[in-house]
Ligand binder design. Sequence first.
Ligand code: SAH
Length: 358
Amino acid sequence: MQEPFERALPFELADKLEAEKNLTDEEFASVLLCDYPGFSEYLAEKARTVREKYYGKAVYMRGLIEFTNICKNNCYYCGIRRDNSNAERYRLSEEQILSCCDAGYELGFRTFVLQGGEDPYYTDELIASIVSSIKARYPDCAVTLSIGEREKDSYQKFFDAGADRYLLRHETADKCHYEMLHPAELSFDHRMQCLRDLKEIGYQVGCGMMVGSPYQTTEHLVKDLRFLQEFKPEMVGIGPFIPHHDTQFAECEAGTVEMTVRLLSIIRLLLPDVLLPATTALGTIDPRGREKGILAGANVVMPNLSPSDVRGKYLLYDNKICTGDEAAECIRCMAMRIASVGYETVIARGDHVSFGTE
Ligand code: SAH
């Protein structure tokens, strides 16, 4: 009689997570590690029910503009880190960024995500000017920034210029682990401070971590979940770590699709109304990774809007997908993929909606 009871326990924990949006650290670890047949599917089904309750079948599209791969930082895992002299560097002008938005608007995007390395060429004034030009041209669109760590007054300037959202992955909620992934000049405390500043200013904020990054343990992931629960971000970006050949983690193993989708489901149950992308990295380690992500509770995709001549240069990790396609082709492909699993890409800003799920 012992066995059926033990088999049922993680399933009960999934029920508990759904009902209480909380578990003990040990219980989180069991849910992360459980390898019972059918468990991931059980969790994914719950996550889908919750996401459909709040967001129906809608999948929001964000037009991703990777506007510079020049970076002053030297994160050990990242292909565009400062010391990678093999990276072919580029930056887009304000005009080029605006023409990406023009093309994107035509294609139905109502959110533009400006992502890049930490490139000092883009001063606060230049970023603010780019944001306000986009907002002046497309007042019905949201602008999301993902340009790393700056000081609070800079974040305030971007917000005043009209930026709506900010993505800054925390990368790991464990300080020691953070220090294993970054050189000493980067500080865990500063990154966390940035996240708090962004929230205080009034952005919709996204944080997140890589799954299966070097030295990551189950305890680290539990800490990440605890952090998400406390910080209550509007968006959570997670994707598998994928090695880049020109980094010191070149020989490390990539994160898995199984652990990434399991985490997507857990995060959906923890933060029912969160905006949760099925990322390009997930699509890179598995040809149906993004579809699996959607089926596990994700509700956002971020097709690439960068001009085709620079796409192949924004390489944070090896074998990145969609580096050759035109934006229009990306959208068509994405819409088809989403439809193939019974969901629907929509033309909408897709803001975070608080459904009072406290
Ligand atoms: N410079 C900005 C944008 C970073 S790129 C910033 O600091 O926020 C966006 C994300 O890509 C990073 O936050 C990181 O989590 C992820 N990333 C970087 N290298 C990666 C790799 N090798 N595998 C998977 N994800 C990676």
